[in-house]
Design a protein around this ligand. Structure first.
Ligand code: TXE
Length: 501
């Protein structure tokens, strides 16, 4: 996908703002826009300007129930139930092409709603969304069972069947990308879906739904209900006719999702939760490459990344030269207007998140860590935080233990490989980790020692639709992306055939 380097056209910007501000949005159920049963709404805000962008209905039990019924009907008896894998693959390809065609509009919409830089949206979010849909289009006609020959006169075959009606609940940090991570494998495998987008950034999900309809997905297969977590989210996780929920968000919400599933119909659950990921630099690392990797690891997407490298382990020998470079690069990062193609860091998603990050920064100072870059807000309008580097951090400090979900990195010195592996693992999380070194045997040794779902060697935040992603420990379970994600959206049936005689 070619990446434009200019500001979005003002006509497009005006059109998008006018469309979403004009009147309250509606839910997308059965391929139609549907009113809320009550007049409850919530406002959606542009975090870079603090101005209202849209008003959305706060869906609850009634809307979720309506969406689930539509999805059930589509799954059991609608035209979609007769689609072959090849039909689903062709649809996913058409959708990918439509998203590509509307990539600039979607990038601008997401930029206004989420506050992330337009350059990143054009270069990362949109291409990754398109790539994910293409990737699962390729799988749709390749989901096969096996043949088994147990002792006796039997022949057994297995069928990999869809789960049925799936729910997806996603976070605000990559609204569009996260839909594709759930929608792609779910549809490839033949499921119907009810999606609950994040209340902070729901608009791209609604536009995505329109494109889904335009690409020809029959009614009821994909539905979007906007609403708060405790209303729409909770209703989806407790619904007795939802077979599976795929969730991305905070680990405590993940616990609520599991509890709701356990207390309702034992629906299947997959969880992609937070992290406190270690980024380990060894003393033989290529310094420039490691600094670049560290910047990507912590400051990409304003630090609002579940696998952000928020704990930077530096060997004592490299501490000073590394920190000088890192602090200098952090200070010179261009923070500001997300619509400016030169911007490297945009706004944090919300006032709440902004205040939470500043609160952690104050806590870090109060507990004795030293700010060597940033450490404060940026400007006086919009939720901008300066890229922040803390030195002199101890493992037990709050900023070294808790997920901040912002542009804040803690520098932790270490002595030996064993020491750093033990400390890197001394967390309840286990989502991502990185090692920077030129010594291959040390790199692979550490990759084996680190308890996390992803280990990056000499890189950070590399993603591809073909590579599984997910957590160890309290970072969740189930793997999204790659072939593994199909396991989350299929179940296996064994069919025994008595051959007689
Ligand atoms: O997450 P929530 P929030 C972390 C990060 C951040 C914190 C809070 O540390 O500061 O979580 O963010 C829906 N039943 N991450 O409040 O609440 C909710 O509406 C069902 C890590 O946004 O977990 C939204 O759609 N659903 C993370 C989704 O859950 C419920 C990404 C996520 O919201 C619900 C984002 C309920 N009871 C934040 N309550 C990551 N791993 O990437 C809320 N929701």
């Amino acid at each position: 996908m070619p990446v434009a380097a200019q500001r979005p056209a003002s006509a497009l910007l005006g059109q998008i703002q006018a469309r979403w501000l004009k009147e309250p949005t509606r839910h997308f159920i059965d391929n139609q826009w549907v009113e809320n049963a009550t007049s409850q709404t919530f406002d959606v805000v542009n975090p870079a300007t603090e101005e209202k962008l849209a008003t959305c209905p706060n869906g609850g039990k009634a809307e979720i129930d309506r969406a689930v019924k539509a999805a059930r009907k589509a799954f059991e008896s609608g035209p979609y139930s007769r689609w072959s894998g090849r039909d689903r693959g062709n649809f996913l390809r058409r959708l990918a092409d439509l998203i590509e065609k509307h990539a600039e509009e979607l990038a601008v919409l997401e930029c206004l709603n989420n506050g992330k830089p337009i350059g990143e949206l054009r270069a990362v979010d949109l291409p990754l969304t398109v790539q994910t849909l293409h990737y699962y289009a390729g799988w749709a006609d390749k989901i096969h069972g096996e043949t088994i020959h147990p002792p006796g006169n039997f022949f057994v075959y297995t069928r990999r069947e869809p789960m049925g009606v799936c729910g997806s609940i996603t976070a605000w940090n990559f609204p569009l990308v996260l839909i594709s991570w759930k929608f792609g494998p779910a549809i490839a495998a033949g499921n119907a879906l009810v999606h609950k987008p994040p209340e902070q950034a729901p608009l791209s999900a609604l536009r995505f739904a329109e494109l889904v309809r335009e690409a020809g997905l029959p009614e009821g297969v994909f539905n979007v209900v906007t609403g708060l977590g405790e209303t729409a989210g909770e209703a989806l996780t407790r619904h007795m006719d939802v077979d599976k929920v795929g969730f991305t968000g905070h680990y405590q919400t993940g616990q609520l999702v599991m509890k709701a599933a356990a207390e309702s119909n034992l629906k299947r659950v997959s969880l992609e939760l937070g992290g406190k990921s270690p980024n380990i630099v060894l003393d033989d690392a290529d310094l420039e490459a490691a600094v670049q990797g560290t910047l990507t690891g912590i400051f990409f997407n304003q630090g609002e990344v579940c696998c952000a490298g928020s704990r930077l382990f530096l060997p004592k020998k490299l501490h000073d030269p590394f920190l000088d470079r890192l602090a200098g690069a952090a200070e010179s990062r261009r923070v500001g207007d997300p619509l400016d193609p030169g911007t490297e860091q945009g706004a944090q998603i919300s006032k709440e998140q902004f205040e939470k990050i500043l609160g952690y920064i104050e806590k870090g100072k109060a507990e004795g860590a030293k700010v060597v870059a940033g450490g404060k807000r940026c400007g006086d309008r919009g939720y901008f935080v300066r890229p922040t580097v803390f030195d002199g951090v101890q493992d037990g400090m709050t900023i070294a233990r808790e997920e901040i979900f912002g542009p804040v990195v803690s520098v932790l010195p270490y002595d030996t490989l064993e020491d750093v592996a033990r400390r890197a693992n001394a967390t309840n999380y286990g989502l991502g980790a990185a090692v920077f070194t030129q010594d291959l045997s040390k790199a692979h040794k550490l990759a084996g020692m680190l308890k996390s779902g992803t280990v990056w060697i000499n890189c950070y935040n590399a993603f591809d639709a073909s590579v599984p992603f997910g957590g160890y420990k309290m970072s969740g379970f189930g793997r999204e992306l790659g072939q593994h994600a199909l396991e989350l959206y299929t179940q296996t049936k064994a069919v025994w055939v008595n051959l007689g005689g």
